[in-house]
Design a protein around this ligand. Structure first.
Ligand SMILES: *[C@@H]1O[C@H](CO)[C@@H](O)[C@H](O)[C@H]1NC(C)=O
Ligand SMILES: *[C@@H]1O[C@H](CO)[C@@H](O)[C@H](O)[C@H]1NC(C)=O
Ligand SMILES: [Zn+2]
Ligand SMILES: [Zn+2]
Length: 445
């Protein structure tokens, strides 16, 4: 069944079924705060909790890298089928987009990423990664489980939804820019707003952390080949040494942040790759360097990119070498700055406050990390937040990308309930703005 067919079918279905509700689509202000509390109770019930834990462990055992999430995607679709949730597939190769509700506006999206990292798991436990050299070390297995948990809760309440929740399961967050491809494939058509969660070991369980405005940096990668002329290490005058040239280049690159950037405008240039030579007594023909650059505004990002290219090529030429610089945007697209929408921030504080208590809504300092959620938040209002996992009685939880990374599964119900509550309350608020209940017009005047 095509998407538009599905839309019209569900529309007829729900227009029929939800008549008694749509004549009274407004829940009273006293009822609203109760929604997330009820959802958290549901998410903590063994029926939902154990099921989420099972899904998360299954995905953890079989980690798949970006754009290769075939089994993960299959598992998601099987669960959606089981729940009777219609979806579009494939988007961005392995991506899945599910729909719960009327099939009509307002549309609100909740998102999970599905990919693992190319690294070996060091944690010894029953559900350790079964794939050598691959590991869910960023918690995306938990993100999928939480989004499915939210789907279960929402599907049970679908007849009360006066709009549509869009479930976005995307590939390749870790550098591949899966979000961008999901957008290109129409994942957010007609969608009014999107929410994303990332688990975080640095915040206590039962808390969330975020802020309004820019929270994560824009990110790009660069690689350069510096070519000289190889030869005998003891006869340097007959060679052009690319190792020395690359060293000058790396030192010069550091001046971009320390001397050219506004000290109050955070930026990073890191060379993380330096490859050249193999023998103690040979000057090699060429050296390859590579790294990342990050900034908090589009302008600074573009400026940094241009200067990196200039510094590499011109410094190479000072050293009598040639250099080629590539940014390899096809494989590793530039990630925009992640910017949280101001109105969604207020909305989030309200809803998350109802569920966790206002004292557990923490302020998150921006960091130079990057997220491809930023692609979504660039085209529609978006909101990205951290979900606490820390619980000292369960030992230390390492931060993401550590081979010792562990997910605190106690966080799953919080994530599921937050997803479900944010989506439900968003639709309710949007509806009451579109059709204000009698009397409220006067309040506004
Ligand atoms: C640099 O490029 C120029 C022009 O192609 C070439 O003549 C020169 O030999 C190159 N130098 C090195 C060190 O590769
Ligand atoms: C922290 O972990 C302990 C031990 O598993 C557990 O009893 C407690 O409920 C956890 N705290 C929270 C807030 O989940
Ligand atoms: Zn990551
Ligand atoms: Zn991640």
């Amino acid at each position: 069944m095509g998407f538009s067919q599905w839309l019209s079918l569900t529309f007829i279905f729900h227009a029929f079924l939800s008549l008694p509700i749509s004549s009274e689509p407004f829940l009273s202000p006293e009822v609203l705060p109760q929604i997330p509390v009820n959802f958290l109770d549901l998410a903590k019930s063994p029926e939902v909790f154990d099921w989420m834990v099972g899904i998360r462990r299954k995905i953890h055992e079989n980690p798949e890298l970006g754009f290769e999430e075939f089994e993960t995607s299959k598992l998601i679709r099987a669960e959606l089928d089981q729940m009777g949730i219609p979806y579009k597939y494939p988007l961005a190769q392995t991506g899945v987009v599910g729909y719960i509700g009327t099939g009509s506006p307002p549309f609100v999206a909740i998102r999970a990423d599905m990919d693992a990292l190319a690294m070996q798991e060091s944690v010894e436990w029953e559900h350790k990664s079964k794939v050598p050299g691959k590991m869910h070390a960023c918690g995306h297995d938990a993100h999928v489980a939480m989004l499915l948990g939210a789907a279960k809760i929402l599907q049970d309440h679908r007849l009360e939804l006066q709009g549509t929740v869009v479930l976005v399961f995307q590939p390749a967050e870790e550098g591949g820019g899966g979000a961008k491809k999901m957008l290109d494939d129409g994942a957010l058509e007609n969608v009014d707003a999107i929410f994303g969660i990332h688990v975080a070991a640095s915040y206590p369980i039962g808390t969330v952390a975020s802020r309004s405005g820019p929270i994560l940096a824009g990110n790009g990668f660069f690689e350069a080949v510096i070519s000289g002329k190889g030869g005998h290490a003891a006869i340097p005058q007959h060679t052009i040494d690319p190792i020395l040239a690359a060293s000058h280049i790396i030192v010069s690159l550091q001046h971009l942040v320390s001397r050219e950037a506004d000290p109050l405008d955070s930026q990073v240039v890191t060379v993380g790759k330096f490859q050249g030579g193999g023998a103690f007594n040979v000057i090699p023909d060429s050296v390859t360097i590579g790294g990342t650059f990050r900034a908090f505004s589009k302008e600074s990002f573009i400026q940094l990119k241009q200067r990196i290219e200039e510094v590499i090529t011109k410094q190479a030429s000072v050293q009598r070498c040639n250099a080629t610089v590539i940014f390899n945007e096809n494989e590793k697209p530039f990630y925009p700055v992640t910017v949280n929408d101001k109105d969604l921030h207020e909305f989030f504080q309200k809803v998350a406050g109802d569920i966790l208590g206002t004292q557990n809504i923490l302020d998150k300092q921006p960091t130079m990390g990057a997220e491809d959620f930023s692609f979504y938040a660039e085209v529609i209002p978006g909101y990205f937040f951290s979900l606490g996992m820390k619980n000292e009685t369960q030992g230390r939880f390492e931060s993401g990308h550590s081979p010792n990374f562990r997910v605190n599964e106690d966080a799953l119900p919080y994530g599921a309930a937050l997803h479900a509550s944010l989506a439900t309350r968003y639709i309710l608020e949007k509806q009451s703005k579109l059709n204000p209940p009698k009397g409220s017009i006067h309040d506004e005047l």
